[in-house]
Structures are given as C-alpha cells and as structure tokens.
Write a protein that binds this ligand. Structure first.
Ligand code: CA
Length: 740
C-alpha cells in the first residue's frame, strides 16, 4: 500500500500544532505524537466504522483537543465509538448517529482498564439513536472513569436498547473521589424500556457505594426520560444534584446507595403525566432542600417525595436506613404523593431516624391528603411546614394550614402571594431546555402523532391500498372509499399511519396476517369492517402482528369503530399477536366489535423468559363487544420478580364479553389472563357465559380493581399471589353476579 497518510499541518507555534484530517489513517498518524496545545480537526462528512482512540498528555490550560470541522457536520456512524485516556484532553463537535458501538460503550473516559482519562472534557457532542439493533442487548452510551472530568453541553437522545444511558464508575481507586462535573446536558426523550436497565444516569454501583464520588450534576435538562422507574440512580457518596430540570419524566431521582449527598434546587414538572416522580431518599446524611415539584403524579416508590424504610444491618445491595436526612424548604405543588417509611415490611423494618422535615410548602388544589405513612415516623422532626388548603395530617405536629394563593413568577415556578416562609427560595435558577446541549442540533419531538400529516384517498382497486401505504409519509391518513378491499400482500407498517374507512369499507386478506407493524411503525384503524374469510386455511393466522424481529422503536396501535368477523377459518386465529422483542407504548380498542374468533383478541405473552420484560405498557379497551372468542380476550404476561417497571397496565370498561375463553386450545382456560400486570382496572362491563379471569400477582404491590361488573353465568375472578405470601389483594367489589 503506497498511500501516505496525509494531514494538513498548520503551524501555529504559540498554541501547538493543528492537524486537519480527512480519513481514519490520517487521524491515526496525527494522534501518534500529539502534545499539549495540539489540535486534531476531523473534516466534515460521514466517518463510517470509526473507533476513535484519543490518547495523550495535555497540560492544564493547554489541553490536546479533538473537534469537528463544523459542528453538526461531522457524523460518526456505523460501528463506531470514542475512547479517551490521558490528561487534559478535550473532545467536541461530533455527532454519533446511524450506527452503534461494537464495544459496550459509545463514549468512554478510558481506553482500557489501565488507561483512564483525567482532567478531561467532552463537550458539545451528540449521541442520537445510536442503538444496538437488538433492544435487549446491553450497552452504555457514556461511561465516566478517572478523575476531574467534565461532560457538559452534550445532546443525548433516543436510547432504546437496554442499559443505563450514562454512568460514572467507581470500580477502582483511580476512579473514586473523582470530582467529575456533568452539566448543561440535554438528556432527551428515552422511551419506556419495559424492563430494568433503562436509567438515564447512574453514579456508582452498589458494590462501591460506600465510596465517595464528589460528582456534581447540575443544570441538566431531563426531557421525558421515561426508561424505567429510576431516572437517576445515585449509588455513591458526596454527590451534588443541583438545578436540574426534570420535564415530564417518569420515575425519580433515586438516592439508592451511598451517603451524604445533596439534592437542591431541582425542578420536577410532572404535567400530570402518569408515573412522574420526584426524589426517593435512602441511606444516611442526605440533604434535600429547595426542590420544586409541580403536577407530579407518581405513586408508591415513584412519588413526589419518598422516604424509605431500611433493612437492619443491610447488605450493601439492599436498603440502608435513612438517618440524618434534612428535607427542608421544598415546594410540592399539586403533587399527589409523599410517602414516609415507605417499603416497610418484615425485612425493611428500620424506620427513618435523626431526620428533619421543615419549612416545606405543600399545596394541592384538590385538597388531597398527599401523605402516606407506612411505619413509625417519630425519628423525623417535623416543623414549620405549610399546607394549603388541606388540613394538617394527624401523624405529626409541625404542619400548619394556611390559605395560600399561588402566582407564577418569572422563573416559571409558583410562589405564594403572601410572605409564607415555607417552600423554595425566590431566586431558584431554573434550567431551561434552550440553555442545555448544543445550539446546532434540533431537539425534536420523539413521536409523530396520528393524523398529523396529509390525507390520501384510496379506492378498492387491487394493489392501491398496498401502494398508498408504501408511499405515505409518517402521520398521514389514508381514507378508504366505500367498497370491498381484498388484500393479497402483507401490509407492512413502517411509520405512524391512520387507515380510515369512509362509508362501508370491508377488508379481507389472503396472507397469514393483514397488517405487520415493523420497526418505526404505528397503526390507527378507524371505521373498517375486517373479515378473516379469505385468510389461508392454516392455524395461527393474525389480523395484526408485530415484526418477527426485535423492534427498537416502541409502537402504538389504536382500533376505533372497527368491526371484526369470521376470524375462524382455522384454529388459533388471533386479532393481535405481539412477537418477542417488540413493545407497545399503548394499545387502544374503542367502540369496536369482534365476533367468531378462534384464537385470542390479544396475545401479549411472548416474553416468557421471566426476565421482567413484557410486550405492552398500556392496554385500554372501552365500549367494545367480544362474542364467541375461543381464546382469551388477552393473554398478558410480565414475568420476573424485579420491581423496575411501572407497567403493564390493563383497563377494560363499558364492554361486553359473550362466550369468551371456552375454546379447548385456550391454555389458561381464562377469559382474561393477566400475569404480573401492575395496574388493572376492570369496571362497568358485562361478562356473559364466559370463563373466569385469571390474575397472577408476581411482584411489587400490583393494584387490581374489579368494580361494578355483571357476571352472568360467569365464575368470579381468580387472583393468586405467587411470591408475596399475601392473601389475594385484588379489590373485587360491587359486582352483580347472576346465574341463570
Ligand atoms: Ca433500575
């Protein structure tokens, strides 16, 4: 090979050498002998399969830097990553997208276990959807090792596979007491993972959690960081979490392990969204002051403020007792749950001690009693807390009721008009979305809504629907003119689309499924009549199924005013079958009917490994009729015994089940089969001549309510507690039972 690595060397004696490199060979040459003050610039363009090793020794005030020619125009794609080691290094201006790391980390503050980075900075980089192709394959996007490093003004968005987005490691002495700074980053939307391992930021691990980290996490913006129930998992000591904004993010800042941390000046906007949380306090010496929560709706461990019970002489990976906690001058506005001595049970019996809870302002416009007290809280001294308009709680003194009127100040937060002393300071600095990340990369919305695009007319002519689906843009609506549509190919859905009938539209199909939702796809059906009559005479057809391969992107499925019949050409013909490795954010069935089905309406039971993974977060069915269904209305399965997910959720209202679940191939023998579902509401339905429900509770404290239904010739629901040893906890009341 005769090619010589070429880089343009620009002399600038006072500030070191600048290498402008156009390919990987030139980069490797340039990096060989860089020293303090030198700079490597990567040319604009796409750098494919580029494993960047950036190693050198700069000096304080005279770092070695690696940067892109023009911010936003240097794309690192394919199988790529960045590893840095040495002293005083600075990396900026790179965009990681359209690829994934071949190692377990995208950006690492070490080259190998012996070569770490210290006194170094990564700033103004973007990592956008740089995911492993398999959603259950674990990797980490940013891993900090070494000491005195800074990660700031970066844009991190769209982690969809398993694994913490960013972590600080304390696994060797060289990485402990590290004094890192993580600031002004945009942690953009992270979709619900549907299992453990979806945290956005973790500092430490339980194993080294008694070591101090001295990491400062400040002025970051967490935008819908929904992955799992920990947004931040703190697992080390002496960290500061300051002035971060948590915008509509499910989960909490969890002080899971480690002592003497400070959490102050953080803002949590729940916007009334499900499972938005605040701060969860565990361990000794934690300070929680001057934090603001508004519209935070989380319950249980995911509440606005949760103080846990500990385990006496706890092993390092369980729950250490709360002591010396200082919970002062926080404002909790229209936030539903403050949980004290939470998690109290025979194991977690060590109540909080030597702690204070003073000067907090708790306002709830619905006068909701926000406190739940699970055990003795005499170890917490309550003083000077103000409630409005609720009455003071009965479990302790130290609360007074005031009539508080709130107004929104220039910083966007609500303050009392009167000079109430309780709550946050007037000068709290709120980190805004536009102040974080980089200015040259768009903070785009994570989801394209149904019916947000253009409308396309479709006629029943053979092949026209297929072609229209292929040509449509995300968010488009296909309006089907009246007539009979016979579909001869799989309709593959790779973008959010609505398919809507105008007048009487009947759709039949000749393959083993009508629709296949593939990665990136979401589907809304409206005003259609779907028949299974022309489907192949084979067992195991579906009307709608998901990709047989792992889908990184969560999907949505809505079935509205759509009527299914003759789903019975052969046995086990399901309406909706979800494959392993696919996850629905939301499945909605509304104003629809289903008649003569030989399989199940919904098969959401393919994650059968008991790893705590499941197929759908929310399943909601309302005002629909199911008649002569041999399988179950739903087989919904979430195995495993970890407590890392909020879902699955199941809601069934105002619907009628007639002769459901009685087929001989229905393995559970149930009309509704829920295993490990966390939140269930079944109310105002009629069950006629159907099999009993089977509800298995496996983890956590699942909430199951079965109210105001009519059971006609249908046995009562069966609820089993598989692991807790409790009596059945489902609340089954005000139902009408009729046998004829
Ligand atoms: Ca977790």
């Amino acid at each position: 090979m005769t090619a010589v690595a070429v880089s343009t060397l620009i002399a600038s004696p006072a500030f070191g050498k600048t290498f402008f490199v156009k390919d990987q060979t030139a980069y490797k040459e340039a990096v060989k002998d860089i020293s303090a003050g030198d700079k490597i610039i990567l040319a604009n363009g796409v750098w494919h399969d580029f494993e960047i090793v950036f190693q050198g020794k700069g000096k304080a005030g005279d770092p070695i830097s690696l940067t892109g020619e023009t911010p936003g125009q240097v794309i690192i794609s394919g199988q790529s990553n960045l590893r840095i080691a040495g002293e005083y290094l600075e990396v900026s201006g790179l965009v990681f997208k359209n690829g994934h790391t071949p190692t377990s980390e995208v950006v690492s503050f070490r080259v190998d276990s012996k070569s770490l980075a210290n006194n170094s900075r990564i700033t103004q980089i973007v990592i956008d959807n740089f995911n492993q192709p398999e959603r259950q394959e674990v990797d980490f996007w940013v891993m900090m090792y070494g000491k005195n490093n800074r990660f700031d003004h970066n844009h991190i968005v769209g982690k969809r596979n398993k694994g913490v987005t960013m972590a600080v490691r304390l696994n060797t002495e060289q990485s402990q007491e590290n004094r890192h700074r993580i600031d002004h980053n945009y942690f953009g939307p992270r979709q619900i993972l549907g299992s453990n391992g979806g945290e956005t930021l973790r500092i430490g691990t339980s194993h080294y959690s008694l070591s101090n980290s001295f990491t400062i996490v400040e002025n970051n913006y967490f935008d819908r960081a929904d992955g799992e129930l920990e947004i931040i998992s703190n697992k080390s000591g002496k960290n500061i979490f300051r002035n971060n904004t948590f915008y509509q993010s499910r989960g909490t800042l969890t002080m899971r392990h480690g002592n003497n941390n400070i959490v102050e000046g953080n803002v949590f906007f729940g916007n009334g969204a499900d499972h938005t949380g605040g701060i969860r306090v565990i361990n000794a010496g934690q300070t929680i002051r001057n934090n603001y929560m508004e519209g935070v709706k989380g319950t249980r461990f995911g509440g606005a403020l949760v103080v846990m019970n500990g385990v006496p002489n706890s092993p390092i990976n369980r729950y250490h007792q709360v002591k010396d906690a200082k919970i002062n001058n926080n404002s909790l506005i229209n936030s539903d749950n403050i949980q004290l001595a939470a998690g109290s049970d025979t194991e977690r019996s060590a109540v909080p001690i030597d702690s204070t809870f003073t000067g907090n302002l708790i306002f709830h416009e619905n006068a909701k009693d926000v406190f739940t007290v699970y055990d003795d809280v005499s170890g917490i001294a309550f003083a000077d807390n103000v409630l409005s308009p609720m009455e003071p709680p009965e479990f302790a003194k130290g609360f007074r009721r005031e009539t508080v009127t709130l107004t929104r100040a220039d910083n966007g937060l609500l303050y009392p008009e009167s000079d109430t002393q309780a709550g946050i300071s007037r000068d709290l600095n709120v980190t805004q979305k536009q102040d974080v990340g980089v200015s040259w990369y768009t903070k785009s919305e994570p989801i394209i809504a149904f019916d947000s695009g253009k409308t396309i007319q479709v006629t029943p002519k053979a092949g026209e629907l297929f072609a229209a689906i292929a040509a449509a843009e995300p968010g488009d609506t296909l309006v089907l003119k009246r007539g009979d549509y016979v579909v001869s190919k799989f309709l593959k859905i790779t973008k959010p689309l609505t398919i809507k009938g105008k007048g009487k539209v009947t759709v039949s199909f000749e393959r083993s499924a009508l629709f296949e939702i593939l990665n990136g796809g979401s589907l809304k059906l409206s005003n259609l009549k779907i028949s299974g009559k022309t489907a192949p005479d084979n067992a195991g057809n579906s009307v709608i199924r998901t990709s047989p391969y792992s889908m990184l992107e969560n999907y949505r499925l809505e079935i509205i005013d759509t009527h299914f019949k003759d789903i019975d050409i052969n046995h086990s013909f399901n309406i909706i079958s979800a494959a392993k490795g696919t996850f629905a954010d939301n499945i909605l069935i509304k104003d629809s009917s289903f008649k003569d089905v030989t399989g199940a309406i919904l098969k959401l039971d393919k994650e059968s490994d008991d790893y705590g993974i499941y197929n759908a977060e929310y399943l909601t069915i309302t005002n629909s009729v199911f008649e002569n269904v041999q399988g179950a209305l739903v087989d919904y399965y979430r195995g495993g015994t970890d407590e890392s997910t909020f879902g699955p959720h199941f809601k069934l209202t105002q619907s009628k089940l007639i002769n459901v679940g009685g087929g001989k191939r229905n393995k559970s023998g149930a009309s509704i089969h829920l295993h490990g579902v966390q939140v269930t509401n079944i109310s105002d339905n009629v069950f006629d001549n159907s099999k009993a429900f089977l509800i298995n509770h496996t983890v956590g404290e699942p909430k199951t309510n079965i109210f105001e239904n009519s059971f006609i010739n249908t046995p009562q629901p069966k609820n089993f507690e598989l692991n807790s040893g409790l009596e059945p906890t489902a609340i089954i009341k005000n139902n009408l039972v009729v046998s004829q």
